[in-house]
Design a binder for this molecule. Structure first.
Ligand code: ADP
Ligand code: MG
Length: 717
C-alpha cells in the first residue's frame, strides 16, 4: 500500500451507529469533506475508518462532522476497550429493559389478582396503581430511546429511536398505557437480541486478532530481551520455546520443531520446520525450540494481512447489502409518509376516531424500520468470513462470498493445483550429434531456470543438484512457454516443444515416447537446434480425486481442467482425478479466453490455481481462488479467495459455506420484506396492533434473521 506521506488513518468508534442507513449517512457526510479520501464504516464493530490528508483536514473536523449528525464518538483509549468487554445483557440499557419488564409484570399481576389499591388522582386525570406502574415501565424502558430520539429529531433524521420516542409518548398521551409500556419493553428486548448477535460476530473477529502474539523474545546485544512485536525489525532473531507462539513471519535459522500452523492454514496436523523453512506469526510450536530470523515487520505478516482483510471485509459490501440499502432508501420514507397520512386523513376527512388512527399510524411507523433486514447481512458476512479464516480460507468480502455461492463451474489449473507440483526429472535425452552430454544438459537447464518460480524450474534445479551451475544473464520468462537466457555467452531457451518449431524433428521419436507416457516434456536448445529433451513426472494430489467428487456432490455441475501441458499428460491426470472435461496446450492468454467463454455459456465460474503463475486466469474468473497463499503476498493481494495452505480439501468446505451464506442472505431479505409488507397491509384494517408490530415486525424479524445469519459460523467441513 503506497500512501502519500501526509495520508493519515483514524478509526473513530461510534457506538450509536446502529444500522446501515446510519453508516450511509456518515459516509455521505464525510465524503463531502475536502481531504477525506476513504470512509469505511463497520456496523458490526460500530466504528468508522477514515483515510484523510492531514494537510487539508483535521481529525477534529471529521469527528465534529459526525457529531453534527447526532452521533456520539467514543474516544477509544485501549484500556477502556479491554475492560469494557461486558455482555450486552448487563449494561445500563439492559437494566432499564429489565426494570420496565418487572413493572409491567407487577401491573398485570395486580390486575389479575384484582388488587386495585385505590385510585390515585393527579392534576388532570385519575389513575389506578397498575396504570401508574405501566407509565413508569414506559419511561424506564423508553429512556433507552428518548435521548437518542431527541438527537435524531434535531438532526432531522427519522431513525428508530425517534420513532420509538414518538410511539411511546404518543401512546401514553392517548391513554394506551399497556401499549406504551410494552413497546418500550419489547423494543428494548429486540435491541438487546440484535446487539447480542452483532457482539457474537464481533467476538469471533476479535478472536482472530487474539491469535497474533503481542511480544517476542529476541537476541540483542548478546542477551535476550522481550520486546513488543511492533518493535521487531527485519533481521532480528526471535527465540521461540515449546508451546509458544511464533511472533513474526520469518525463516528458521536454528532448531527443529513441530509447528501447528492451523491459525494460518487451517490444517490441524502439525508440520516439521527446521533451518531454511518459512514460518508464520501466530503458529504454535510443539516440543522443539526455534530461532527465527524475522523477514517482515509485525504489521506485514500473513496473519496481519488476514486480520486486516477480514476486518475490512464488512465494508466491501455484498451486492445484496447494496440492494437492501437501496430498498431502505425508498421504503422507509414511503412508509413514514403513509403513516403520517394514516394519522391525519381518516380523522380529518371522515371524522374517524383520532386515537385509533393515531395508534395505527404509529404502528406503521414501527414497521417502517428496516433494521432487522439491514443488520442481518453484515452479521452473516462477518460470521462466514471469520469462520472461513479459521479454516485457513480467506474470502475477501461479502461480494466474493455471494459470488462463490452462485458458482456453476469450477476450473482447475493442472500443474501445482491438481498435481502436487513436486515434479521430478526422470529422464534426460541428449541429442545424438555431438552436443552436450545429459549431465551438461541438466546443468545448462538448471542455469537457465535459476530465476523461474515455475514448479518445472524447481524440479530441474533439484535434478541438477551437485553439478556446477553457470550464471545466467538476460533472463526472460515466457509465461506458459518456458524461459530464455544467456549462459556462457550463448542464448538458449527451455520450455514447450512448440517453442522450437521444426528444429525438434531430430528428437521427434524421443519426444513422442515421453509424451505418450504422459510425462511433461521440456526441450532445451537455441533458436535453430534442440540439444535435448527432459521428461518430468508429476503426481496428482492425494486430495484431488476426493475434492472433485465432493464438489460434484455439492451440485457443481461442471468441473474442467486447464493446462499448458500437452494433451496426453492432461488426459492421464484428468482421468485419474475424475475430470471429464479438459483443455490442453493452452497459453496463458488461452486460459483467460476459455474462462471467459465458459462464463458466457454457464454463468459464474471459479478458477483455482496458484496465485503467481495463473494470475491472469484467476483475475478473469468471477471468483479467483489462489492456493498456497500463505507466504505469497502477490497471491494474497490479488486473489478473491485465498487458500492459505496447499490443501485442495478446503474447497468443498468453501463452497458449502458460500452456498449456505448465499441462501441465508437471500432468505433473510425475502422473509423480512414479506413480513413487513404483510404487517403493513394489516394495519389500516385494524388487524395488526402496535404490540404485534413490535413483537413480530421488529423483535421477531430481528431475532429470526440474525440467528439465521449466525448459523454460518457453524458450517463444518
Ligand atoms: P500448467 O497450465 O499445467 O500449470 P503452465 O501454463 O504453467 O502449465 O506451463 C505450460 C507449459 O509450458 C509447461 O508444461 C512447460 O512445458 C512449459 N513451461 C512453462 N514454464 C516453464 C519453465 N519455467 N521451464 C520450462 N518449461 C516451462
Ligand atoms: Mg500452473
Amino acid at each position: 500500500m503506497n500512501k502519500a506521506p501526509d495520508s493519515c488513518v483514524t478509526v473513530l468508534s461510534v457506538p450509536n451507529m446502529d444500522c446501515a442507513s446510519c453508516a450511509q449517512r456518515i459516509t455521505t457526510r464525510l465524503e463531502r469533506l475536502v481531504g477525506v479520501e476513504k470512509v469505511l464504516p463497520s456496523i458490526v464493530k460500530k466504528d468508522v475508518r477514515i483515510e484523510y490528508d492531514s494537510r487539508v483536514v483535521r481529525e477534529r473536523a471529521i469527528s465534529e462532522a459526525i457529531e453534527e449528525l447526532g452521533y456520539k464518538i467514543e474516544r477509544s483509549d485501549s484500556t477502556k476497550a479491554e475492560g469494557k468487554r461486558s455482555s450486552v445483557w448487563s449494561g445500563n440499557f439492559a437494566l432499564r429493559v429489565y426494570a420496565s419488564g418487572t413493572l409491567i409484570a407487577t401491573a398485570i399481576l395486580l390486575r389479575i389478582l384484582g388488587l386495585n389499591p385505590g385510585l390515585v388522582t393527579t392534576v388532570v386525570l385519575t389513575l389506578d396503581v397498575a396504570e401508574l406502574l405501566l407509565i413508569a415501565a414506559a419511561f424506564a424502558g423508553g429512556y433507552n430511546f428518548f435521548p437518542k430520539g431527541v438527537l435524531a429529531a434535531r438532526a432531522l433524521r427519522l431513525d428508530m429511536n425517534f420513532l420509538m420516542t414518538i410511539a411511546i409518548i404518543g401512546a401514553l398521551g392517548i391513554g394506551e398505557f399497556i401499549e406504551a409500556a410494552s413497546i418500550a419493553f419489547l423494543f428494548g428486548i429486540a435491541e438487546l437480541l440484535e446487539g447480542h448477535a452483532v457482539a457474537r460476530a464481533r467476538r469471533s473477529m476479535e478472536e482472530l486478532v487474539r491469535l497474533a502474539p503481542a511480544s517476542a523474545r529476541v537476541r540483542r546485544g548478546g542477551g535476550e530481551v522481550v520486546v513488543p512485536v511492533e518493535e521487531l525489525e527485519v533481521g532480528d532473531i526471535a527465540l521461540v520455546r515449546p508451546g509458544e507462539k511464533i511472533p513474526i513471519d520469518g525463516v528458521v535459522v536454528a532448531g527443529t520443531s513441530a509447528v501447528d500452523q492451523s491459525p494460518i492454514t487451517g490444517e490441524s496436523l502439525p508440520v516439521t520446520r527446521g533451518p531454511g523453512d518459512t514460518v508464520f506469526a501466530g503458529c504454535i510450536i510443539h516440543g522443539g525450540y526455534l530461532e527465527i530470523e524475522a523477514a517482515k515487520r509485525a504489521s506485514d505478516t500473513t496473519l496481519a494481512h488476514i486480520i486486516e482483510m477480514v476486518e475490512e471485509a464488512e465494508t466491501l459490501r455484498a451486492p445484496s447489502q447494496r440492494f437492501v440499502e437501496r430498498f431502505a432508501r425508498y421504503y422507509t420514507p414511503t412508509v413514514t409518509l403513509l403513516a403520517l397520512s394514516l394519522m391525519v386523513i381518516p380523522p380529518l376527512l371522515f371524522g374517524a376516531a383520532f386515537g385509533t388512527w393515531f395508534v395505527r399510524g404509529l404502528t406503521l411507523l414501527v414497521i417502517s424500520c428496516p433494521c432487522a433486514l439491514v443488520i442481518s447481512t453484515p452479521v452473516a458476512v462477518v460470521s462466514a468470513l471469520t469462520a472461513a479464516a479459521r479454516h485457513g480460507v480467506l474470502i475477501k468480502g461479502g461480494a466474493n462470498l455471494e459470488a462463490l455461492g452462485r458458482v456453476k463451474v469450477v476450473a482447475f489449473d493442472k500443474t501445482g493445483t491438481l498435481t502436487a507440483g513436486k515434479l521430478e526429472v526422470i529422464e534426460v535425452v541428449a541429442a545424438p550429434n555431438g552436443g552436450p552430454t545429459s549431465d551438461e544438459l541438466m546443468a545448462l537447464a538448471a542455469a537457465l531456470e535459476a530465476g523461474s518460480e515455475h514448479p518445472i524450474a524447481d524440479a530441474i534445479r533439484r535434478g541438477a543438484d551437485g553439478a556446477r551451475i553457470a550464471s545466467v544473464s538476460d533472463f526472460q520468462a515466457l509465461p506458459g512457454l518456458g524461459v530464455r537466457g544467456c549462459v556462457a555467452g550463448e542464448y538458449y531457451q527451455i520450455g514447450r516443444p512448440d517453442l522450437f518449431g521444426s528444429a525438434i524433428e531430430p528428437l521427434r521419436e524421443d519426444l513422442d515416447r515421453v509424451v505418450a507416457a504422459g510425462r511433461t516434456a521440456v526441450c532445451v536448445g537455441n533458436e535453430d537446434r534442440v540439444l535435448g529433451v527432459l521428461a518430468l513426472a508429476d503426481q496428482e494430489r492425494a486430495a484431488a480425486r476426493e475434492t472433485v467428487a465432493k464438489l460434484r456432490a455439492l451440485g457443481i455441475g461442471r468441473i474442467v481442467m486447464l493446462t499448458g501441458d500437452h494433451e496426453e499428460s492432461a488426459r492421464l491426470i484428468a482421468e485419474a482425478i475424475g475430470i471429464d472435461e479438459w483443455y490442453a496446450g493452452l497459453m496463458p492468454g488461452d486460459k483467460v479466453r476459455i474462462v471467459g467463454e465458459l462464463e458466457q455459456e454457464v454463468g459464474s465460474l471459479a478458477m483455482v490455481g496458484d496465485g503467481v503463475n495463473d494470475a491472469p486466469a484467476l483475475a478473469a474468473a468471477s471468483v479467483g481462488i489462489a492456493m498456497g497463499a500463505a507466504g505469497s503476498d502477490v497471491a494474497l493481494e490479488t486473489a478473491d479467495v485465498a487458500l492459505m495452505g496447499d490443501d485442495l480439501s478446503r474447497l468443498p468446505y468453501l463452497f458449502k459455506l458460500s452456498r449456505k451464506g448465499e441462501r441465508i442472505i437471500r432468505g433473510n431479505i425475502l422473509v423480512s420484506i414479506v413480513i413487513k409488507l404483510f404487517l403493513a397491509a394489516g394495519v389500516p384494517i385494524g388487524l395488526v396492533n402496535l404490540i404485534t408490530a413490535v413483537l413480530v415486525g421488529d423483535m421477531g424479524a430481528s431475532l429470526a434473521v440474525t440467528a439465521n445469519a449466525l448459523r454460518l459460523a457453524r458450517v463444518r467441513d
